[in-house]
Write a protein that binds this ligand. Sequence first.
Ligand code: GTQ
Ligand code: FE2
Length: 352
Amino acid sequence: MNAPIRHADAFHKLIHENHMYGLWEIASQMTPQPRPEAIPHLWKWSLLERVVEQSCTAVPVGDERRAMQLFNPGLKDQWATTSTLIAAVQVLMPGEVARSHRHSPSAIRFIMKGNGAYTAVEGEKVVMREGDLVLTPSWQWHDHGNETGETVVWMDGLDVPLAKALDCIFFEMYRERQVPATKPVNGSQAMYGHGRLSPTWMTQVSKISPLLLYSWEQTTEALRALRDRDGSPYEGVALEYTHPQTGGPVLPTLGCRVQLIRAGERLRARRVTGSAVFCVAQGKGRTVIDGRPYDWSKGDILALPSWALHEHANTGKEDAILFSIHDRPVIEALGFYREEALAENGGHQHIS
Ligand code: GTQ
Ligand code: FE2
């Protein structure tokens, strides 16, 4: 009678000791739907502002940048804001230079405060103004400098956790502080910043956008032009920043979006595969995620894990604008994209 059970125990001992598990032991990990360890989290600007201010006197810009990395509370001690993305708040004071380096993770900057500092990418100064999006693609040398009289603050977005999961992280410091400036200032914008008009003699096309600067001026102009369209019932007037030659995402692993949620607008709830990090560029609103409200205003940063049910609403008097980074380019390339709208209750969640 006992023999088969004893036999089974001995069998499990044998496989566990030798780094094996039966599928019947771990089948619960094949979940009916995603169960991210990352949780939704909101970093308020009131907090970030204090952190930014104290960082100026507490830490210098040494070899590393003065960039406070936003760690997801659900991903204990991991360098990750969501499972694939890291966001950070970086501060550069007048006269400072952050040493040139390059890494395989791709990065973007969304300028939160201050004008006139620059990121130099492969010897091209890209001048930053509030609301601009600046790219520093994979393995391109970059340093940051601030020759203005005001402190600048921006949100960094990188695909570090994804690169780490794939064991593809490489990093290198440049031998000097800065790569010599060999190219015209904002040269990529001069060449590629003309919307659907692409120079025909620039025949090399890469998965990385050759346009390194997406100006706030052009972004708000586009949003203004589309303000009276229906937009998406889930995202409002949402625009993807695109590669000027292919129309694809700005980077192979990381996409950027901006969305206008009009005064009085209440969007519907939906879940999508893939994660995102939002940065509030303008206005006030509330995002309900899995039944919990997150009230945001300018400068707040919000992490949205994969498959979390979420809906945005404008709760202020002016139009609200959200900037976001997302991993949809990866999700789509791998055939993992899914979305599901909330059907009940007019597409709105009950707040728990
Ligand atoms: O400014 O190049 O937040 O390399 C993390 C890694 C910023 C940067 C971060 C980086 C940078
Ligand atoms: Fe970097």
